[in-house]
Design a protein around this ligand. Structure first.
Ligand SMILES: [Zn+2]
Length: 139
């Protein structure tokens, strides 16, 4: 069984140390996620891919309590369980929208330290495990 990312180019899956892949404008230094070919800040077209920080702080969050519409949601609505979703502010200055491993609002607080992990999203028909990224509170 292999782990495969839910989409190409979003993140790397090194064991224990996954990283999101972003882009940095070589003209003004603006960092974006996901990778963009053009800079949203200065409209320059010179960007380079960079690994993003694995840690950040929870900027805001909510709890998704019902299945999103299908499509675009690819999961099984029958087996849906609530999950947290939020924005995590990375040291590089950008905010990344992501699933959270924690779905109990009592365990979440704005400003808390978070780190990037991989989560199983679903089993592919060929037996591979499709993974997506999420942030979890740093113990
Ligand atoms: Zn720029």
């Amino acid at each position: 069984m292999a782990q495969v990312p839910i989409a190409a180019g979003l993140f790397t899956i090194a064991p224990g140390a996954p990283q999101l892949v972003g882009s940095r404008c070589t003209d003004c230094g603006e960092v974006t996620f996901p990778v963009q070919q053009g800079c949203p800040s200065c409209t320059g077209s010179a960007t380079e891919e960079i690994p993003l920080a694995r840690r950040g702080r929870l900027w805001t969050y909510t709890i998704q309590r019902f299945p999103p519409p299908v499509p675009p949601f690819k999961g099984d609505p029958e087996s849906f369980t609530p999950f947290g979703v939020g924005y995590v502010e990375l040291d590089q200055g950008l905010r990344v929208e992501a699933r959270l491993t924690e779905s109990d609002p009592e365990q979440l607080a704005i400003g808390m330290d978070m780190e990037l992990v991989l989560e199983k999203f679903l089993d592919a028909e060929n037996g591979d495990e499709v993974v997506t990224f999420a942030f979890r509170p740093v113990a």
